[in-house]
Design a protein around this ligand. Structure first.
Ligand code: ADP
Ligand code: MG
Length: 600
């Protein structure tokens, strides 16, 4: 059987994603290899497909016990014999699985790295005709990665016990140091490195000026009420708070953070994966290894510390290849807050490094050019285009204005307020002074007597606040954390003296749901209503089988079904994502719903 035939038969896909074929071939040829593909690049298939094409067992090492069941369910849904062993299953069930492994009944076995150290496990494995080892999330072996797991170092023992068995290491982490660690600790033998492009064309990157963040988030999520999303925040309280606010607004959301019990976390994750809730509001503790393919948006509610983490987290959107949004809520005050935290770091080397990483993150937030090109070049890849056509800046060039004069007004006003009162104020009051607004405090503090009172009527309040944001980002002013009062930095003072110029983008607000591009519309084909019905059917079937809905069919497959409306086995099988087993299991039910829809 060719790889292409097997791809369609077992997984229902018509073509390989970049490098999948090459990697699978290397595996079949018995070579050691390192596969570096972005999240959503389709890494699992690179070892799953060869496992179906060769006799014997493929052992898959995966870090997260909680997700193994989903991975195995997804394979089982395609009629592939797979199982897992971990601490979550009881003794009887484990004994039954071990016996079946002895009989050679499985193609794939998933284990956590801890299993390698279970007494007798390696011995027992000798009877299983082990053909291949796949190490998923292989960056966990490296301390330089973002997710070091000491247990991964145990894999050396596995390697020694099965010296002749080829190993495929897989990760989405791109840094050279991590790559070298993987090759070293897993003792890969002259491995071929397969390095895919980290570009994710279906992800749309945008930055929204954060001004009334809760309202902005609620309106963004409401415009996508049926879609799944992840909202990353920087604190537990915020995660809990936003989950409540979204739920009150009619969007079922749950928090996920280190302050919850493991049971609560697992439960909330489960609800999300099963499409019982729409949104998870999470601290960074959430997301690695989650295979839910229909996450339609990832919002960063607070500015992340670096682009590495940011890119990793945005990557969890749109694994099915359908258009998805990656949105950063940003304002200068958040930037100032991050800088403040970094200044408290006692270790100079760490502090310098953190500052460097943050600066890049802030550059990304403020840049007026193509964001995708910036991200790709940051990760050492040349962008194939200057404008990608799918980030906010490419879709609508930001209106940059010369803010030099306005900045001078603002800085000198800040200087005078302080000189007069001996204290500073927050951004809102300062802007009121500039715009000549009246308030009780204005007269009480005598700020209406300042020479800078009312000299800034050329901008609206929002526009002034956008400039404040830019000045904070540029580090010309700082914000005291607790009372949010502003003060001039030495850099700002120098900028004022030298008349340094500055440009800033006029505020851009959260837009309603974006219009689809013509190319996307083909995919949707105006059949939203049928899609909704198929989605309901999918949920019912998934619940009955106790598996996540995306395991039945991905959103991409549902979209194709809604567009192509197959009415017989052959045309149903022709849809991408439908393999033989799924045709048999689900074909009838889906075709009945489609026929019903067409008859109505
Ligand atoms: P990764 O582990 O690299 O993040 P996954 O293996 O989880 O990616 O795959 C992401 C999604 O892409 C899954 O929903 C998978 O079914 C789908 N997929 C993988 N290969 C293909 C392909 N060749 N054609 C279409 N979809 C694919
Ligand atoms: Mg994966």
């Amino acid at each position: 059987m060719t790889l292409e035939t097997a791809l369609k038969q077992y997984f229902g896909f018509d073509s390989f994603r970049p490098l999948q074929r090459e990697i699978a071939q290397a595996v079949l040829d018995g070579e050691d290899a390192l596969a570096l593909l972005p999240t959503g690049g389709g890494k699992s298939l690179c070892y799953q497909l060869p496992a179906m094409l060769s006799p014997g067992l493929t052992l898959v090492v995966s870090p997260l016990i909680a997700l193994m069941k989903d991975q195995v369910d997804a394979l089982t849904a395609n009629g592939i014999a797979a199982t897992f062993l971990n601490s979550s299953i009881d003794g009887d069930a484990a004994a039954a699985r071990l016996a079946a492994l002895d009989r050679g009944e499985y193609h794939l076995l998933y284990v956590a790295p801890e299993r390698i150290a279970v007494p007798g496990f390696l011995e027992r494995m000798r009877g299983w005709n082990l053909r291949h080892i796949a190490v998923d999330e292989a960056h966990c072996v490296s301390e330089w990665g973002h997710d070091f797991r000491p247990e991964y170092r145990r894999l050396t023992a596995l390697r020694e016990a099965f010296a002749g068995v080829p190993v495929l290491a897989l990760t989405a982490t791109a840094t050279e140091r991590v790559r070298e660690d993987i090759e070293r600790f897993l003792a890969l033998r002259s491995p071929t490195r397969f390095v895919g492009s980290f570009n994710r064309p279906n992800l749309r990157y945008s930055v929204f000026e954060k001004h009334d963040a809760v309202t902005q988030l609620v309106s963004f999520a409401s415009a996508r009420a049926h879609e799944s999303g992840i909202v990353y925040v920087s604190s537990r309280n915020m995660a809990a708070d936003l989950a409540v606010k979204l739920t009150q607004a009619g969007i079922e959301a749950r928090p996920y953070h280190a302050g919850l019990t493991p049971q609560q976390r697992t439960r909330n994750q489960e609800l999300f994966i099963r499409d019982e809730i729409r949104v998870v509001c999470a601290t960074i503790a959430f997301g690695m290894g989650i295979d839910k393919s229909n996450v339609r948006y990832v919002v960063h509610y607070d500015v992340p510390k670096n682009l590495e983490g940011y890119y990793q987290e945005t990557g969890r959107a749109g694994r099915d290849g359908l258009p998805s949004d990656c949105v950063l809520f940003f304002n200068g005050a958040d930037a100032a807050k991050q800088r403040y935290f970094i200044r408290q770091m006692p270790n100079v080397a760490e502090r310098t490094q953190a500052e460097r990483l943050l600066r890049k993150m802030l550059d990304y937030a403020a840049m007026p050019e193509c964001r995708r090109a910036f991200l790709l070049s940051y990760f050492g890849e040349e962008s194939p285009y200057r404008t990608c056509g799918n980030c906010d800046n490419c879709l609508q060039a930001p209106e940059l204005v010369d803010g030099t004069l306005a900045a001078q007004k603002l800085l000198s006003c800040l200087y005078r307020v302080r000189a007069k009162s001996g204290f500073s104020t927050g951004a809102h009051h300062l802007v009121d002074v500039l715009r000549g607004a009246t308030s009780e405090r204005m007269t009480e503090w005598g700020h209406d007597q300042l020479s800078t009172y009312g000299i800034g009527k050329e901008y609206t309040k929002e526009q002034w606040l956008a400039l404040v944001s830019e000045l904070l980002r540029a580090g010309w002013i700082e914000q005291e954390d607790a009372r949010r009062t502003l003060f001039l930095t030495s850099d700002g003072l120098a900028a004022l003296r030298e008349g340094r110029s500055i440009r800033f983008a006029l505020p851009r607000f959260v837009k309603k749901k974006r219009k689809q591009k013509a190319s996307e519309r083909v995919l949707v084909a105006g059949d939203d209503e049928l899609f909704e019905r198929l989605r309901e059917l999918r949920k019912r079937l998934a619940d009955a089988a106790e598996i996540p809905p995306y395991v039945v069919f991905s959103d991409a497959t549902l979209r194709s079904l809604a567009a192509q409306k197959p009415s017989d086995a052959a045309s149903f099988l022709a849809v991408s994502g439908v393999g033989e087993v799924k045709l048999e299991r689900y074909g009838e039910a889906f075709m009945a719903t489609i026929a019903e829809f067409q008859a109505a």
